[in-house]
Design a protein around this ligand. Structure first.
Ligand SMILES: Cc1ncc(COP(=O)(O)O)c(C=O)c1O
Length: 407
């Protein structure tokens, strides 16, 4: 048998070491505390001299299996499972930055990350610069003497901006600062940032890793030393641990990650092509379309183009709202990466925390809609979009004729 198992085999079996009790499905170990055969063993475990779990706020046995599996899938040394994607983001940033430090952040960043930096970072004396990281020169110029990390998201939420990971990693290596990547939109099936030169990978495991919309979770992958520091010095003190029950749901959901991602990509691609030719759509954002500004980079570093499509509907806020309300199958929801196709309006929903001027500057217009392609039959998804556009035209025509007689 091959020494390194394939991706889908690893998703299902991990590294074959968890077979001691013979359970085919992952056992849930809800114990908070663990006992030791001697005082010496307990003291050494707490001091980190001996491997082991000692108290549930620092991890649990089921979570450990999840962490080992994600580390394998991302090709990293170790992983830390936490209670949400935001817990992963805050743990990483607080582990790298302290009073007087600075971080360079891509300007196309998830709304929660933006909010964390704007509201919490200043309270700890941490400064930040939001930079257009599609321009490597601007990125390099933004690095200061006290810059301790570069933080990016690719493809970004909600505009699917793709960043050149290898190009950015070359710059961060020259400056000896860690490169952190939020890989939520891709999952390790479609993109492996550590192989491309990143140092730390973050996921909102709430999304594709779990894939069933019933767990809030996050995970960080990095070298063992960094993960140990985050577990002991940050996550444990902030109390952001992930429960054994949630870790078991993640292990179950992840078994089908490869199959799901292929279907998400297939459906998203068909939807993007449909939208690109629709007369009521002004612009489509999908890295798989040759019209995408970073199409070449996406082809180079991503195995598939992902399940998220954003598009700008003609007619601004009124048209976007009427369109969303006209959908019958597709649901209006904040999340993504679920089996159900979900849509949301970034300007008033996920990116509501951004000031209007920042939203406009970054392209999050009132007509922008983000769609997370689900696993349904793609004809049904497109059929629903089609009928919602029809409803919109009927409403626009009706409005026009209602006011026409006034002239
Ligand atoms: C790209 C990205 N990163 C992080 C998060 C935060 O994840 P969570 O909701 O699990 O805290 C989200 C949530 O939507 C996201 O889209």
């Amino acid at each position: 048998m091959k020494e390194k198992l394939g991706f889908d085999t690893t998703l299902i079996h991990g590294h074959l070491k968890d077979r001691s009790i013979g359970a085919v499905a992952q056992p849930i170990v809800p114990a908070v505390a663990y006992s030791f055969e001697s005082h010496e063993a307990a003291a050494e475990t707490v001091a980190g001299k001996r491997e082991g779990i000692y108290y549930g706020r620092y991890g649990n046995a089921t979570l450990q299996s999840f962490e080992e599996r994600v580390a394998l899938l991302e090709n990293g040394e170790a992983a830390l499972g936490v209670s949400s994607g935001m817990a992963a983001i805050s743990t990483v940033l607080l582990s790298l930055l302290q009073h007087g430090n600075h971080v360079v952040v891509t300007k196309d960043v998830y709304g929660g990350t933006y909010h964390f930096l704007k509201t919490l970072a200043p309270r700890f004396g941490i400064t930040f610069s939001f930079v257009d990281c599609t321009n490597l020169e601007s990125l390099a110029a933004a690095i200061q003497a006290n810059t301790k990390a570069v933080y990016i998201e690719t493809p970004s939420n909600p505009l699917l901006t793709v960043l050149d990971i290898e190009g950015i990693a070359t710059i961060t290596r020259q400056h000896r600062i860690p490169l952190v990547i939020d890989n939520t939109f891709m999952s390790p099936y479609l993109q492996k940032p550590l192989n491309l030169g990143a140092d730390i990978v973050i996921h909102s495991a709430t999304k594709y890793l779990n894939g069933h919309g019933d767990v809030i979770a996050g995970v960080i992958v990095a070298d063992q030393e960094r993960i140990d520091f985050m577990r002991q010095q940050i996550m444990g003190d902030l109390g952001q641990v992930l429960s054994a029950g949630d870790a078991s749901l993640l292990l179950r959901g992840m078994k089908t990650l490869g199959l799901r991602m292929e279907r998400h990509c297939y459906n998203a691609n068909a939807i993007a092509e449909f939208l690109e030719y629709h007369p009521q759509v002004a612009r489509v954002y999908y890295p798989g379309l040759p019209s995408h500004p970073q199409y070449e980079i996406a082809q180079k570093q991503m195995r598939g183009m992902g399940g998220i499509v954003s598009f700008e509907i003609k007619g601004g806020l009124d048209a976007a709202t009427a369109f969303l309300d006209a959908l019958k199958l597709i649901m209006i929801s904040f999340s993504l990466g679920d089996p159900e196709t979900l849509v949301q309006h970034p300007a008033t929903m996920t990116h509501f925390a951004l000031p209007e001027s920042v939203r406009r500057e970054s392209g999050i217009t009132d007509g922008l809609i983000r769609l997370s392609a689900g696993l349904e039959d793609v004809e049904d998804i497109i059929g629903d979009l089609f009928q919602a556009f029809d409803q919109l035209s009927i409403q626009t025509t009706r409005k026009r004729s209602e006011t026409a007689w006034m002239k």
